[in-house]
Design a protein around this ligand. Structure first.
Ligand SMILES: [Zn+2]
Length: 258
């Protein structure tokens, strides 16, 4: 029952996150005007604002002009709903749960903003950076400076990749990793990076093979970072243990810095 409630709360938050992701990069207010159809401007009434349900009832179309509502809207709602349910199941009912939900929320917002505009706005990163910074003062990682090393080292690593890739990995991604490092520490963030690169590459190879991508298509990286980070944050310890004794040994890499 509690999980069902969390799922519904997640759907509502997801709907709001989708709105933030679409409006903040354009410099629009997130409160006014209320939600409206992007095509005809029809203001949504309360019964048209129920996450997922309204989308399904209206078969993905605006009631007024019948233009289709982008699929990203229910996708954001559903993914937030799912993350709100699995977070307490994995993290448990303790203060860390707040960080899990905060991290998941940020990753959802920047993913949809990157998908829509290829931008990860500072206006979203900075508030989350501050929120996570203060949270980690009260609920630190062990050792506490792991947040600091994670943030600084991963920022530097991504910055070098940004320079080396001629900006293909954008500065938004670089700054995002500074926030992820702060939240999850060095080891987990290195794994996040590895997994996001892996997921991104698999996607690119499949896209090239199927012909739906060509070499010049710009692919937003944030959704892969989001996926890599969540997998690493939730299941990182087991993955790292699995790789112990191989070339890709994160414990050893971490040992060089801590
Ligand atoms: Zn419309």
């Amino acid at each position: 029952m509690l999980l069902l409630l969390l799922f519904i709360v997640g759907l509502v938050f997801g709907s709001f996150y989708h709105l933030i992701a679409l409006r903040v990069p354009k410099g629009e207010s997130i409160l006014f005007p209320g939600s409206h159809c992007p095509e005809c401007g029809h203001r949504l009434k309360s019964h048209e604002l129920i996450p997922l349900f309204s989308f399904a009832m209206q078969q993905g179309k605006c009631r007024h002009c019948f233009s289709s509502i982008p699929l990203t809207s229910p996708a954001a709602e559903l993914s937030t709903g799912i993350l709100f349910v699995i977070s307490p199941l994995i993290v448990g009912w303790k203060p860390e749960l707040f960080l899990a939900l905060t991290l998941a929320s940020m990753l959802i917002i920047i993913s949809f903003s990157d998908l829509e505009y290829m931008i990860i706005p500072n206006k979203i990163l900075i508030p989350f950076f501050l929120l996570i910074f203060f949270f980690r003062i009260f609920v630190p990682l062990t050792p506490w400076w792991n947040s600091l090393t994670g943030s600084v080292f991963c920022f530097a690593l991504l910055y070098i990749i940004n320079l080396a890739s001629n900006g293909k990995i954008g500065m938004g991604d670089v700054k995002l990793f500074a926030v992820i490092g702060l939240a999850t520490g060095l080891k987990t963030t290195l794994l996040s990076f590895y997994l996001s690169a892996l997921f991104g590459s698999v996607f690119a190879v499949l896209g090239l093979l199927s012909g739906s991508l060509n070499k010049k298509t710009a692919v937003p990286f944030a959704p892969f970072i989001a996926l890599g980070t969540l997998v690493s944050y939730f299941w990182g310890e087991s993955i790292i243990t699995l790789y112990e004794g191989t070339l890709f040994n994160i414990n050893q890499i971490e040992g060089m810095f801590l």
